[in-house]
Design a protein around this ligand. Structure first.
Ligand SMILES: Cc1cc2nc3c(=O)[nH]c(=O)nc-3n(C[C@H](O)[C@H](O)[C@H](O)COP(=O)(O)O)c2cc1C
Ligand code: SF4
Ligand code: FES
Length: 561
């Protein structure tokens, strides 16, 4: 159908409008290519990011012609398409006349644990040694593999303990696809009693009885905010349906890799927990928002969701797996919801809270992956699996992601009252030749504490008096060979890169802080003022917590600045 025959699309209400959209016009070939890629899928706005992925996967980048054709196909303005495509780090928008990137991209992680393991030298060696017309070397934030630092992604193949030689070997072997680890499949999980508890709940369960169990266990949100999980279900249910469930699988806080750890080993504990929570709030649909940095997890989930559908455990299409596109801020729940709706990941103002107004304006239950893993275990094994564990006056278990200068980095499931001393001991002690100096208790948002503060239980609420918090329990250990000021600068660089730019205190504050922190001697009064403005006036947790590494370096490591 010719454009001008599509009534009321580009025309004004009176029928006197334009025959074509404003700006550049689409090319027939590009439109056909886009139509083939999209196939029979509905041209719905919320699928925009999925469609951008399809184009990028096929052509390696997003050309102006394809974006224009996509705008035409989705009946969206070019500005709407462009603002979304250019927001996400994994989309390469190539304007007319620009050279597309080479076929192969290497992303070298430059977040703290990888920096400690020599990422800067690795990146330089790769840039110097590889032909830029064939391979592009970029820096990238944490890939959730901090236990095997330094890490890089070659195409979609993550190379752990990366070296130039390992990269050369992988390029020669064209090893650019993700390696899928061995994991517990649906049939194996069912042999161990999996999905029986869900089926019992669906047949004769009482959602409040499950909520009571979750409350009795003491489970709190493991995405970082620590909100009591059962309570949240009540808030969501208090709002009239239809309701949705959204799983936060963004895991972007540098140093965190616990969700990946569980998903790559036992995905069904999470999936069953998710379906239990969805049942409890009578969710119409469950969205899983999974970060693009986890291609193996994306494959595992796609396969296992298909297996669940084939087994009749969920209706086809009930679980909607969405792929992020390289934006840390999409871990903030309202930004994640924006992204699920196919928009830029910009946090929303609150109230209203997402439990009231979430995906498509409907009440939405948002949970972290690991929280749902525990929902399932609590339902199957009873609340005492968490509530019976006591240590240092704290109750429960915590999955600490440990990296940095320890002997055996990894995920350690320990009592929630564990101190850094316990965590280092569980990780095999300090790495050889390193003496304990400082630690990041819960991602860069939590800042840095000195080794002398080694007797604090690392749990929700225990770190606030020290200007910190446990967040996602991403512990990075620093040694006498590291400078706290360098670690703090690394953290602020991360926030500068990842600020969504919506509010000035965060956007400009992070940038300004990075400049000030590079000076040999810090202008502490000015940095202090900047931190106050960021804490007081930023819209979301990113800008509010970004000053923590600065403030804690000034407080505990003043000899370095
Ligand atoms: C800047 C920022 C980034 C966040 N990133 C994540 C994340 O990657 N994964 C996550 O589960 N929660 C993240 N959160 C917390 C979520 O907003 C939300 O509290 C959580 O997903 C709720 O699930 P839970 O109650 O099960 O923890 C982030 C919050 C902020 C402010
Ligand atoms: S605080 Fe930063 S990340 Fe959050 S909304 Fe403002 S600019 Fe965006
Ligand atoms: S993978 Fe590099 S810091 Fe996490």
């Amino acid at each position: 159908m010719a454009l001008d025959e599509r009534k009321g699309v580009w025309k004004s209400g009176k029928g006197k409008g334009r025959h074509t959209p404003k700006g550049r016009q689409y090319e027939d070939q590009a439109l056909q290519e886009v139509q083939v890629l999209l196939g029979p899928q509905p041209r719905e706005r919320d699928l925009l990011i999925e469609f951008l992925h399809l184009i990028k996967d096929e052509y390696g980048h997003l050309s102006a012609a394809h974006l224009r054709a996509l705008a035409e196909e989705m009946r969206l303005s070019m500005a709407e398409i462009y603002e979304v495509a250019s927001f996400y780090a994994h989309f390469d928008v190539v304007k007319e006349g620009e050279t597309p990137p080479p076929a192969l991209t290497i992303r070298v992680c430059d977040s703290l644990s990888c920096e400690l393991a020599g990422a800067a030298n690795l990146q330089k060696a790769l840039q110097d040694g590889l032909d830029p017309s064939q391979v592009r070397v970029l820096r990238a934030p944490c890939m959730g593999r901090c236990d095997t630092a330094p890490v890089l992604e070659l195409g979609h193949n993550h190379i752990d303990h990366a070296t130039v030689e390992a990269v050369e070997r992988a390029i020669a072997a064209q090893a650019t696809h993700p390696i899928i680890p061995d994991y517990e499949t649906l049939s194996e999980y069912q042999q161990n009693g999996g999905y029986r508890a869900l089926q019992e709940l669906r047949q004769s369960g009482d959602w409040e009885a499950l909520q009571d169990k979750v409350l009795a266990s003491g489970l709190r949100g493991l995405g970082g905010a620590g909100f009591p999980s059962g309570k949240k279900w009540g808030f969501v249910r208090a709002n009239e349906g239809p309701r949705y469930l959204a799983v936060n699988g963004d895991e972007g806080e540098p140093g965190t890799f616990k969700d990946r750890y569980y998903l790559e080993r036992m995905p069904h504990l999470f999936l069953e927990g998710m379906l239990m929570a969805a049942w409890a709030v009578e969710a119409e649909k469950a969205f899983i928002y999974m970060r693009d940095e986890y291609p193996a997890v994306l494959k595992i989930l796609a396969d296992e969701i298909a297996a669940l559908e084939a087994a009749g455990l969920v209706p086809a299409g009930y679980i909607d797996l969405r792929r992020g596109a390289g934006a840390y801020i999409c871990g903030e729940e309202s930004a994640m919801i924006e992204s699920i709706e196919g928009k830029r990941g910009m946090p929303r103002h609150r109230p209203p809270f997402v439990a009231q107004v979430g995906i498509f304006g409907r009440p939405t239950l948002v949970h972290n992956v690991e929280t749902l893993h525990w929902v399932c275990r609590i339902a199957r094994e009873g609340p005492q699996i968490l509530s019976s564990v006591e240590k240092n006056g704290r109750t429960g278990l915590r999955s600490y992601s440990v990296s940095g200068r320890v002997q055996n980095p990894g995920v350690y499931l320990l009592p929630a009252g564990s101190t850094i001393t316990d965590i280092i001991a569980a990780s095999g002690g300090m790495a050889q030749g390193h003496a304990f100096k400082a630690y990041q208790p819960g991602g860069p948002s939590s800042g840095l504490l000195p080794a002398s503060m080694n007797d604090i239980p690392l749990d929700f609420d225990t770190l606030q008096p020290h200007g910190s918090f446990i967040g996602s329990a991403a512990v990075v250990v620093l040694s006498d060979q590291d400078r706290a000021r360098d670690a703090a600068l690394n953290m602020l660089r991360f926030f500068e890169d990842e600020s969504c730019g919506q509010c000035t205190p965060c956007r400009v504050g992070c940038e300004k802080a990075v400049k000030l922190m590079q000076s040999e001697s810090w202008d502490q009064p000015l940095l202090g003022e900047l931190c106050t403005a960021m804490q007081d006036a930023s819209i979301c947790g990113l800008g509010q917590a970004a000053p923590n590494p600065i403030l804690m370096t000034m407080k505990h490591f003043s000899d370095e600045i």
